[in-house]
Design a binder for this molecule. Structure first.
Ligand SMILES: Cc1cc2nc3c(=O)[nH]c(=O)nc-3n(C[C@H](O)[C@H](O)[C@H](O)COP(=O)(O)OP(=O)(O)OC[C@H]3O[C@@H](n4cnc5c(N)ncnc54)[C@H](O)[C@@H]3O)c2cc1C
Ligand SMILES: NC(=O)c1ccc[n+]([C@@H]2O[C@H](COP(=O)([O-])OP(=O)(O)OC[C@H]3O[C@@H](n4cnc5c(N)ncnc54)[C@H](O)[C@@H]3O)[C@@H](O)[C@H]2O)c1
Ligand code: SF4
Ligand code: FES
Length: 812
């Protein structure tokens, strides 16, 4: 065996393009001694997922593609926080800003792009940011804690995703766009208008046709000025007006550049042994700004460098999908009608969907989808292949004709070339998926995700992955069908939540219709569950559907076995006043309340109120609803604590009242109980509460997952904190995490067992940004809640329909 010394391959840029190419080289067995130079201080991460990090649905850890261990395992030398400045061709070294000189035999430049910052006065002020990397994302997350008003300049993909993220963080966001149509490089005017309407519904404001001429303020930005003389106040400005290929290293090295680093069909630059891949390069005059082309380029380059025969890279047909929950918009290939196009259009103003397919000479060359993007992956493939339109394909993509849906899709998957990239976000080919199914015996999309990475990012490729699974497994595919949340559906909780998010569904009826419920009316199990998920996902926009709630929640009181109701007013932290006690006594006497009972949660329960008397009782009590009937925060039980108890180290009564006031009225997956103790003697029994808080000398200890009911469970110690502020922040984040990941009716005791305490700690404690995002989301939800008793008292119609109809109430 010859022991040839490995060639030295240096990669400049630790992003998706550079590392994606290396992964391919490793798979192909290319024997290189690899060094990676990366300017950012992080291992390789999925930049496209930064939109989700900003929005708060992913953490930085979630988006790491190759962790530190991966570099070690593959014997790759990694220099992070290091910028290459030039390639010294004569000495065959890559020169870095920290004095490092890295010798090379081959170099791949993969330096990506830089955000374009408008050269207007004030663009260097504090509070003006691009949106490109983790550092930008962190800056925005921090600004959202301290400031309220944000402006995003640019209504393209990035600007809109940034705007949605900032709205999710509780900011007031205005998108300032130069053109009259949003995403004018991907959408026609009709789709752009629909998109704008939907985003306005989600809370984003727009100023269209506006040219920013100045960013004003002191050290920090205070606002924008426009060419037409108008102004907009803004404490944070995000520039999302496009990108420029990062050609600095190439230029400093004398390599030919244009709009990007000029490469040929094998990604070779003008300097021998130096290649470029990804957003930094210009191929046949085109610089790309999406991930799919860079995987295609990487495949060619990896083969070329590994001595494997390869077709040349001939350019990419791009498609885009906006990653904003509730807004489904997709565009591929050509999108503006020209005289030579044959056009298929379908508009549905009621369902708010729009589909346009462009054909030239009978071949599919472009598509726009709005509202329903379930066909996006198929269309993407058809546009890439410039497929000839057939009756079968027509029936499949329009959902018409007797060709049948399934036939067209099956044919589409079968005709797809092996090396076609199915998952554009992660560069996974059809062959990789088929090999994984056959080689590893995979039967579900989740297993394919874990094995190949397909579907891991935007999820747009999931339908095609499912079709491939179906075509490879044939009859075996259905064998893996699983149980749904109730007999009306085969979808589980996570799938329903994801579909509500992805398809922007807004009502229970729509969820059941769009997701193909077998029983169109649903059942008492699924209706309240869907309703909870809708409220949790769309706190600002969701319309209350009383008919989808259980009777107790519908009437804001607990029905008893004799058909009367109970009324439990709020007593924050279990503390009341003589005035409130007098009101309770007066009302109880006036309305013949049968029993006044002290509850386990330290308040008073007025039992035996007639349905028609409920509004009058609430009115005369003039106290907040105690939510004893709801899947919500019930009580915060407290001990007397340091105000009176000689052992007390913390003021448990005040803290309990504060927490109860802050978090009352919020919907949870199940009822939610808390307790606060002044010391570890634990008189208020924190160990059996969903969240239990125990004071100690140094601060507080938080417990989670306790239950005193039929399935009793002692709470787990979650963490210790020093200050009241930390306590509230962690409780808020923990509650929101439970709200977002809990199954409807699942108590925290079951939730902790299902998710595992470590993973909950990881989500809530390990990352400050993620915790703050959870807090921001719970704050947003809290802003929407209103006392249901007061709501009924204000609304004559509600009062009449709910309480003046004397028909007996059923208990479902
Ligand atoms: C928020 C956001 C969302 C996006 N969403 C999508 C999406 O949904 N779909 C899609 O297709 N695309 C999306 N994109 C675009 C996508 O992220 C890029 O196309 C892709 O990341 C480009 O990869 P790259 O490796 O070429 O460049 P980059 O990812 O930019 O990586 C280049 C790396 O090189 C480093 N570098 C630069 N100069 C030097 C130097 N001199 N020395 C050392 N290191 C250097 C940079 O710091 C960077 O880490 C999104 C982009 C952003 C910012
Ligand atoms: N979901 C996705 O696929 C996705 C998401 C985010 C980012 N990206 C990619 O990241 C890159 C950057 O995104 P981007 O949106 O910044 O680029 P872009 O070029 O797609 O859009 C920039 C937008 O800014 C507008 N604009 C230009 N000058 C302006 C001005 N002076 N005032 C107001 N508006 C102005 C343009 O009209 C354009 O619509 C792109 O390559 C994009 O494809 C993709
Ligand atoms: S827990 Fe015990 S010590 Fe602490 S306040 Fe209550 S009674 Fe007093
Ligand atoms: S295409 Fe985005 S995850 Fe596959």
């Amino acid at each position: 065996m010859t022991n040839r010394k490995k060639q030295k391959l240096v990669v400049i840029g630790n992003g998706i393009a550079g590392i994606g190419t290396i992964e391919q080289i490793i798979k192909l067995g290319g024997a290189y001694d690899i060094t990676v130079i990366g300017q950012e201080p992080h291992p390789n991460y999925n930049r496209i997922m930064l939109s989700y990090v900003l929005e708060g649905s992913k953490t930085i850890d979630d988006i790491v593609l190759n962790d530190w261990q991966w570099y070690e395992d593959n014997q790759i030398t990694l220099h992070t926080g290091t910028a290459a400045t030039a390639i010294d061709e004569a000495n065959k070294v890559v020169v870095c800003d920290n004095g490092l000189n890295v010798p090379y035999d081959k170099v791949i430049i993969a330096t990506g792009s830089r955000p374009f910052i408008l050269p207007v006065p004030g663009s260097d002020k504090e509070g003006v940011v691009g949106f490109r990397d983790i550092a930008d994302c962190t800056r925005m997350l921090e600004a959202s804690q301290a400031y309220k008003k944000a402006a995003v300049i640019g209504g393209g993909l990035l600007g809109l995703e940034a705007a949605k993220g900032l709205v999710s963080l509780g900011m007031e966001v205005t998108v300032v766009h130069l053109m009259d149509d949003l995403m004018e490089s991907q959408l026609d005017s009709h789709a752009a208008r629909m998109l704008q309407q939907e985003l306005e519904r989600q809370g984003i404001r727009f100023l269209l046709g506006k040219q920013t001429t100045e960013i004003w303020g002191d050290t920090r930005v205070k606002g924008l000025r426009f060419k037409d003389g108008g102004e907009l106040e803004a404490e944070l400005v995000v520039m999302a007006v496009g990108i420029r290929a990062n050609t600095a290293v190439a230029q400093a090295s004398g390599i030919e550049t244009g709009r990007g680093i000029v490469v040929n069909d094998y990604m070779e630059t003008s300097m021998p042994d130096v290649y470029a891949v990804g957003e930094c390069c210009e191929h046949r005059g085109v610089c790309y700004g999406l991930v799919a082309p860079l995987f295609e380029q990487g495949q060619v380059l990896a083969k070329h460098l590994s001595g494997v025969d390869t077709k040349p890279y001939e350019g990419s047909v791009v498609s885009t999908k906006l990653k904003i929950s509730g807004v489904d918009v997709f565009s591929a290939g050509e999108f503006l009608e020209q005289p030579e196009h044959t056009v298929i259009t379908a508009k549905d103003e009621w369902k708010k969907t729009y589909k346009k397919i462009l054909m030239r000479d009978g071949r599919i060359v472009g598509a726009i989808l709005f509202g329903d993007v379930s066909e996006s992956a198929s269309l993407q493939s058809l546009v890439r292949q410039k497929a000839e339109m057939t009756d079968e394909i027509y029936a499949s993509i329009t959902g018409t004709g007797c060709g049948g849906h399934g036939g067209g899709k099956a044919a589409m998957v079968e005709n797809m070339p092996d090396d076609e990239i199915v998952c554009g976000c992660n560069g996974v080919t059809k062959k990789a998926i088929v090999d994984a199914i056959n080689g590893e015996g995979l039967t579900t999309v989740d297993e394919i995700k874990a094995c190949t990475g397909a579907t891991r990012s935007c999820g747009g490729c999931k339908p095609v992955v499912e079709q491939i699974l179906q075509s490879v497994l044939g009859a075996g595919y259905t064998a893996s069908a699983k149980q749904g949340i109730c007999p009306c559906t085969t979808l589980d909780r996570d799938e329903i939540v994801a579909q509500i998010r992805d398809k922007g569904l807004t009502s229970t009826r729509e969820v059941m219709h769009v997701l193909g419920w077998s029983n169109p009316e649903g059942c008492s199990k699924c209706r309240p569950a869907i309703h909870y998920y809708l409220v949790m996902l769309n706190p600002e926009t969701h319309q209350e559907e009383r008919e989808s709630r259980f009777v107790n929640e519908r009437l804001s009181a607990n029905i008893q076995k004799d058909g009367t109701f109970t009324v439990v007013p709020r007593m924050y932290g279990g503390v009341t006043t003589p005035e409130d006690l007098k009101k309770i006594a007066d009302v109880s006497l006036k309305y013949n309340v049968k029993v006044v009972k002290v509850t386990g949660g330290q308040r008073l329960d007025l039992i035996g109120v007639k349905k028609e008397d409920l509004p009058k009782v609430w009115e005369e009590l003039d106290m907040p609803s105690g939510y004893a009937y709801a899947k919500s925060l019930r009580t915060v039980k407290t001990c007397v604590g340091s105000q009176f108890c000689r052992f007390g180290t913390q003021d448990s009564m005040s803290m309990g009242a504060l927490i109860e006031k802050k978090f009352e009225r919020l919907d949870f997956p199940a009822k939610f109980k808390m307790a606060v103790n002044g010391c570890p003697r634990n008189c208020a029994e924190a160990c059996t509460k969903d969240i239990g808080i125990v004071g100690n000398d140094g601060g507080w200890e938080i417990f989670v997952g306790g239950n005193g009911g039929t399935k009793a469970r002692l709470a787990d110690s979650f963490c210790k904190v020093k200050t009241d502020e930390e306590l509230i922040e962690i409780c808020a984040a923990l509650m929101q995490y439970y709200r977002e990941t809990g199954k409807y009716l699942e108590r925290t005791s079951e939730w902790v067992e299902r998710l595992g305490l470590d993973s909950i700690r990881e989500a809530v404690l390990s990352n400050d940004g993620e915790r703050k995002a959870l807090v921001a989301r719970i704050e947003l939800a809290l802003k929407q809640v209103e006392d249901p008793w007061k709501k009924v008292l204000k609304d004559e119609t509600l009062r009449e329909t709910l309480f003046e109809d004397v028909k007996p109430v059923t208990m479902s």
